[in-house]
Design a protein around this ligand. Structure first.
Ligand code: HGY
Ligand code: MN
Ligand code: MN
Length: 415
């Protein structure tokens, strides 16, 4: 199918929409804090829905709060091409993680309207609930329900630190939709996202052709020792849970380093109880995040960690509770979708390279139910999940131009 004439997006409009959206939950250091299903998340959702309806879309919401803004095609009985990402952020998040993929999808719709282009298939722009897994663990819960990985009851019952569930919070902010989650045909899914790492910028490549995503394992651990007085308790008699946690942190880091250069291993959360300066800590809650593109290595890291933690707890006399709360195997995306992205980048003449995603994305679960791939653009200094997260306008535009072409490749269009 030949490319329509004058195909292009409006990069300034996309950038301006990103900056307008970034005002919702703006932080002093220039980032965004819009935790899933908070009032700020609601405000960002409401703004997105308004913009989509202004662009002639109809919007629907499913029982996990996923939003789908549909631009009709010539034949609306055909399965749609969907593109999107997430609006929720980390507590110290940036202006681009997730929201760029949502608004790049909206920009495709706006540009097709400007071009007067009718597609064969309908196009939908998706907002996935709770991609980050920060307020509600695990990550990518709602796309996971859509992708058939989690059941609806599991998704709605995920609770935050205050015991509020996703189901309750969806109802509170008015996004507890009626539609079944998933269980419908999707012709193709594309997600545009910042790389969140240093490779594309270092190689001066504005486009990453995402071929794969590494696998992940998330764990929650509780180490229980004995709280006691920091003064009279002899060192030899202590069951110091924080000492145990310190050794676990070292073990996790060592496990990552021992599987270099691509393994990633992180202790992101650590809560000390009772967290009083003159009490020997009696209980620690901590989390572990393992990632690797090879499932066998990920399994080896799992085994090394479990054996090591058992020994640490035995040596100090701590009780251990260890639960793996999240796992998905490394993913290879759909070759035809990868080719559509590559062709789009070639048509635009952008320097590009194949890349494996270090981060998880809703696309990782969409790959279960639809031909899926991703488009990466660089981010400044490779930094993300940080308020200083930044991207250059020319990168933002490049990703949108490639997305427009990839979506058209799959949605079909009259010349
Ligand atoms: O953890 C991740 O990779 C994603 O940001 N949820
Ligand atoms: Mn993201
Ligand atoms: Mn993220």
């Amino acid at each position: 199918m030949s490319e329509p004439k004058n195909l292009s997006i409006d990069g300034k409009r996309l950038w301006d929409s990103l900056m307008d959206m970034a005002k919702i939950g703006a932080t002093e250091k220039g980032g965004c804090c819009r935790l899933a299903l908070t009032d700020l998340d609601k405000r960002s959702r409401d703004l997105f829905v308004r913009w989509c309806e202004d662009a002639g879309c109809t919007t629907r919401v499913d029982k996990m709060g996923n939003i789908f803004a549909r631009r009709a095609g010539r034949n609306n009985d055909l399965a749609p091409v969907i593109t999107g990402s997430h609006l929720d952020t980390q507590p110290t998040g940036g202006r681009f993680d997730g929201v760029y993929g949502v608004l790049a999808g909206l920009e495709v719709v706006r540009s097709l309207n400007d071009l007067g282009l009718e597609t064969e298939r309908p196009i939908e722009v998706a907002v996935w609930t709770n991609e980050e897994g920060s307020r509600f663990a695990p990550a990518m819960v709602a796309s996971g329900v859509f992708g058939g990985v989690f059941d609806l009851e599991y998704g709605l019952s995920r609770a935050d630190a205050d015991g509020k569930t996703m189901g309750e919070e969806l109802a509170r902010i008015g996004y507890a939709g009626e539609d079944e989650v998933g269980k419908r045909d999707v012709h193709a899914y594309f997600e545009t996202h910042i790389e969140q790492g240093p490779i594309l910028e270092a190689e001066d490549k504005p486009i990453g052709i995402v071929t794969d995503a590494q696998g992940q394992r998330w764990y929650e651990l509780t180490l229980t020792g004995v709280e006691s007085h920091a003064g009279p308790t002899p060192m030899a008699r202590r069951k110091d849970a924080l000492l145990g946690a310190a050794r676990v942190v070292e073990l996790v880091n060592r496990t990552g380093l021992d599987n270099a250069p691509v393994a990633c291993a992180t202790v992101g959360m650590l809560n000390v109880h009772p967290n009083s300066r003159n009490v020997i800590p009696g209980q620690i809650f901590l989390t572990i995040d393992f990632r690797h593109p090879d499932d066998e290595v990920l399994a080896k890291m799992d085994a090394t960690m479990r054996a090591g933690v058992e020994k640490i707890c035995a040596d100090i006399g701590l009780e251990l509770e260890l639960e793996q709360i999240f796992y998905y195997a490394p993913i290879h995306f759909d070759d035809a979708c990868i080719d559509a992205v590559r062709k789009g980048a070639e048509e635009c003449g952008y320097p590009m390279r194949d890349i494996v995603s270090g981060a998880g994305h809703d696309a990782c679960y969409m790959a279960n139910v639809a031909p899926t791939s991703m488009i990466f653009i660089p981010c400044v200094d490779g930094i993300s999940h940080n308020e200083v997260e930044d991207a250059k306008p020319e990168w933002i535009t490049a990703g949108g131009e490639v997305l427009l072409r990839a979506v058209l490749d799959k949605a079909g269009h009259a010349v």
